[in-house]
Design a protein around this ligand. Structure first.
Ligand SMILES: CC(C)(COP(=O)(O)OP(=O)(O)OC[C@H]1O[C@@H](n2cnc3c(N)ncnc32)[C@H](O)[C@@H]1OP(=O)(O)O)[C@@H](O)C(=O)NCCC(=O)NCCS
Length: 371
């Protein structure tokens, strides 16, 4: 058995999965055999969630059943609603999501994770976020609509009116693209918790906590901040050179696995160019400069634009407030997290790695007076 310490577990295979393949060398993302580019604009989020949970694309009747089940699970329970009403208006929506998912878990106790529970969780994420958003705006929460798809209903509940088909389609594409991504940090977290035979809500709460960090799903808000600070295309190079002197990381660049390009970024870039030309004008200049500077610093270590960079422009065009970018990532990724939790449970072995002790050699504790 190998006992070598690998920082960040880089290159370590921690699970066998049939759910998704992140092919870093070739810039490919595959869900259960389907290349992401073939799913992104053709499939609904519901079809992709079904695929992740069940391993095949749904037939018409299966999709209808899933759509109905999702629609029927959108309403919040009284304890979830009470939690939303009790949280201060300036609470970070990721903290809101984490807290309410935890409260929802109380109801399910230590039930074994199942597809119906995954559907229930997936259906509730948009309602949690939209309800909180409305409450903080002093507006009445909007009841979910069973006749709208997952993306359309999320926007309807946020804004109180239906979004245009183009905007709904853009959000759907975003949700499809982000739904799963191999053994990323939040999915790994979910699988570790699942491996203890814990419940689905606990796995999701842990995953949300991992996703919140700026090295993972917190990046698109940080992309917006950085673009705001850069201000204009003319200022990009100066700002970015100064930033690197202080070791500031360029948000939306770099990835543990992709070294060529992130296929999701490519699709989102085209979408962003179409929907958010103002953002695109500055962002494409910043992208060009970031890649050039990162290459200049380390030509031997290729860094690519990651999914978060153009996500920011797409989510802005969709009309989401910046602080709702990370939890909207969770609205999508909950499908992947729950698929992994189910997979872990299907042939579980407790995930329990070792640590290498580098502390002091064994020694005798001195009495207080002698220390
Ligand atoms: C995603 C990320 C956490 C991957 O980290 P990682 O796997 O440890 O990164 P790597 O091993 O490729 O590279 C580490 C080195 O590259 C540099 N680097 C990596 N991403 C960088 C970035 N976005 N800007 C500047 N330098 C970067 C680091 O400073 C580090 O250099 P150092 O060793 O001299 O400190 C990292 O690229 C990052 O912080 N990116 C910005 C945040 C972001 O966009 N997150 C969303 C990810 S989808």
């Amino acid at each position: 058995m190998s006992a070598e310490f690998v920082p960040g577990l880089e290159g370590i295979i921690a699970a066998r999965t049939e759910i998704s393949l992140v092919d870093g060398a070739n810039g490919r993302l595959v869900y259960r055999g389907y290349v992401i580019a073939d799913l992104a604009e053709e499939m609904s989020f519901e079809e992709v969630a079904y695929l992740l949970w069940n391993g095949s694309l749904p037939k018409r009747a299966e999709l209808d059943a899933l759509t109905q089940e999702l629609a029927g699970s959108r309403a919040l329970t009284a304890p979830a609603m009470a939690t939303l009403e009790s949280l201060p208006a300036d609470t970070d929506p990721m903290d809101v999501l984490r807290s309410v998912v935890s409260v929802q878990g109380v109801e399910h106790k230590l039930q074994k994770p199942t597809i119906p529970l995954a559907i229930h969780a997936t259906a509730s994420f948009p309602t949690i976020l939209a309800t909180f958003h409305r409450l903080t705006q002093g507006l009445k929460p909007v009841e979910p609509r069973a006749d709208l798809g997952h993306a359309a209903n999320y926007l309807y509940m946020l804004n109180g009116k239906e979004a245009s088909p183009e905007i709904v389609q853009a959000l759907n594409t975003y949700l499809v693209l982000l739904a799963d991504h191999g053994m990323n940090a939040s999915t790994f977290t979910a699988r570790v918790i699942a491996s203890t035979d814990s419940d689905l809500a606990s796995c999701l709460v842990g995953a949300i906590g991992a996703l919140k960090g700026p090295a993972h799903g917190g990046a698109p808000s940080a992309v917006m901040d950085q673009l705001e600070q850069i201000g204009t295309a003319d200022n990009a190079e100066h700002w970015m050179r100064e930033a690197r002197k202080e070791k500031v990381r360029f948000m939306g660049f770099g990835h543990r696995v992709y070294r060529t390009y992130d296929p999701r970024a490519k699709i989102l870039k085209a979408l962003c160019q179409r929907l958010n030309p103002k953002f695109y004008e500055l962002a494409s200049k910043v992208e060009e400069t970031a890649l050039a500077l990162l290459h200049e610093e380390h030509p031997e270590r290729p860094q690519a634009t990651n999914v978060e960079f153009y996500s920011a422009g797409v989510l802005q065009a969709i009309g989401l407030p910046t602080e709702y970018f990370p939890p909207t990532f969770a609205v999508s990724r909950v499908a992947g997290w729950s698929a992994h939790v189910l997979e872990q449970g299907s042939h579980n072995r407790l995930i329990r790695p070792q640590s290498e002790y580098i502390g002091p050699a064994p020694r005798k504790p001195l009495p207080l007076a002698e220390r």
